[in-house]
Design a protein around this ligand. Structure first.
Ligand SMILES: Cc1cc2nc3c(=O)[nH]c(=O)nc-3n(C[C@H](O)[C@H](O)[C@H](O)COP(=O)(O)OP(=O)(O)OC[C@H]3O[C@@H](n4cnc5c(N)ncnc54)[C@H](O)[C@@H]3O)c2cc1C
Length: 423
């Protein structure tokens, strides 16, 4: 029996985990090393003493049109870990006017529902939908503001929340090309593709812990608190990995997959061009006593004209997300909590004081900035070293920096490792 070829994966976020799982499926030997004490990276859960429960670092919206995520779940035996919202819908509330509406995608493949009052965005005109068609053909150099009227109702009620949520970048400057790609894969593909899914037990129990369990059960080496400090190159390949605790030789037929964030890859690989601008996301988690409902009895709601952009509910916890929160992230946790609670209190009909038990989490480098200029700096999976591959949401996946992009990048790196075995 020939021995399985080995793949050294550095980083156990969604990209590294998906890569490791796919490598096992492809019959490769896997060693995965994670610098933090736990897996998950920017998509993780932890037991929070203040909140008295497991919370996620931040809300993550997953859609039906995320095929790689669902493939990953099937591979790790966690198919049922995400719950679909039935019927598919996107409720919104406007904090300034008090207006509430719900976008209800139809279930067919054609987006006929966009033209149906009561299902679509209130105040949208045919000119707005014509802009959608133009945007679908936007070149990689274009910004959203080049395609849509930023003073229209459609912008305030759809484009801005959509672009902030998907791109984590100020909407006018966000890449029109990437937004067009997401629209094509989600809302314009019909209801099944745009259906939101939620990890009711948390991101860790749904996406991360079953992956780690799968890898261990399949004999992969999984190491935490094991930080890569340097890569040593010999000629056209990586020959040694210098971890904080030990050096590991990389044999000629072995592959290294670097699945760390962009800034880390940029400092580990000499001369690698990576995106340099990032954007923060701020999340505020609040424990609510007694009965309450978010608008339309949904597990989430989009907020217009407030501090929060989205509110998510999991049991007694309401969590607010503020994307591209460049200024907010500079404020104190107390100030942020007061601002966010105003929105939650408005949504569920509670007084603005006192504040319930809460926890503010600032992810200062939540994703890369998804402007045309930064998108152009995203490198492909292949590097100039024949046995070194890159994975991560920030690599050139053709998608925004999301879990789906991270998982696809991990799958691609695994397939390249299987096909080349270091050559
Ligand atoms: C608050 C928040 C909300 C988000 N919302 C959404 C959403 O709604 N939908 C969505 O799809 N995406 C969302 N995202 C983005 C999503 O979380 C990321 O795209 C995805 O988790 C990135 O995975 P990754 O594996 O590429 O990177 P990471 O998760 O950053 O994983 C990289 C791993 O490498 C490790 N590492 C770093 N350096 C080293 C080293 N030197 N040695 C060893 N290990 C190292 C890190 O500890 C980390 O575990 C959100 C992100 C945040 C922060």
């Amino acid at each position: 029996m020939t021995q399985a070829r080995k793949v050294h994966i550095v980083g156990a976020g969604m990209a590294g985990l998906a890569c490791a799982v796919r490598c096992i499926e492809l019959g490769l030997e896997v060693s995965i090393s994670e610098g933090a004490p736990q897996a998950g990276g920017r998509c993780r859960s932890f037991d929070d003493a203040t909140m008295g429960t497991v919370i996620d670092n931040g809300n993550h919206l997953i859609l039906g049109a995320n095929p790689a995520i669902f493939t990953h779940l099937r591979s790790i035996g966690a198919e049922g870990a995400l719950t679909p919202l039935d019927p598919a819908r996107f409720p919104f509330m406007d904090m300034a006017s008090g207006k509430r509406w719900t976008v209800r995608p139809g279930m067919g493949r054609l987006p006929w529902w966009l033209l149906v009052p009561g299902r679509s965005v209130p105040g949208a005109s045919l000119a707005d939908y014509a802009a959608v068609l133009r945007l679908l053909r936007a070149p990689t150099s274009a910004r959203l503001a080049d395609y849509v009227n930023t003073s229209s109702a459609m912008y305030a009620r759809f484009w801005e929340p959509f672009a902030l949520g998907v791109m984590n970048t100020e909407a006018p400057a966000a890449s029109a090309h990437l937004i067009g790609r997401v629209l094509r894969e989600t809302l314009l593909k019909g209801g099944a593709a745009s259906r939101p899914y939620f990890a009711e037990a948390g991101l860790g129990p749904a996406l991360v812990e079953p992956a780690v369990a799968f890898l261990k059960a399949k004999g992969a080496s999984v190491a935490f608190s094991r930080r890569l400090r340097a890569l040593e190159m010999s000629g056209d390949r990586v020959s040694r990995l210098a971890f904080a605790d030990q050096d590991v030789e990389v044999a000629d037929d072995e592959t290294v997959v670097l699945a760390v964030p962009s800034w880390e890859a940029g400092s580990l690989i000499p001369g690698l061009i990576v995106p340099t601008e990032t954007r923060p996301i701020v999340n505020g988690h609040f424990r609510i006593e007694g009965d309450f409902e978010l608008p339309d009895a949904a597990p989430f709601v989009g907020v217009i004209g407030g501090t929060a952009h989205w509110l998510f509910r999991r049991g007694p916890i309401v969590s607010a997300t503020v994307s591209a929160a460049v200024e907010l992230a500079e404020k104190s946790a107390d100030d942020i909590a007061a601002l966010i609670w105003r929105d939650i209190a408005g949504a569920i009909g509670r007084p603005s004081a006192p504040l319930p038990v809460h926890r503010i989490i600032k992810e200062r480098r939540a994703t890369i900035a998804q402007t045309p200029a930064e998108d152009a700096r995203r490198p492909p999976a292949a590097t100039r070293w024949r046995n070194l591959r890159l994975a991560g949401d920030w690599t050139q996946t053709g998608l925004p920096a999301t879990i789906e992009g991270a998982v696809r990048s991990g799958h691609l790196a695994a397939e390249m490792a299987a096909n080349s075995a270091g050559r």
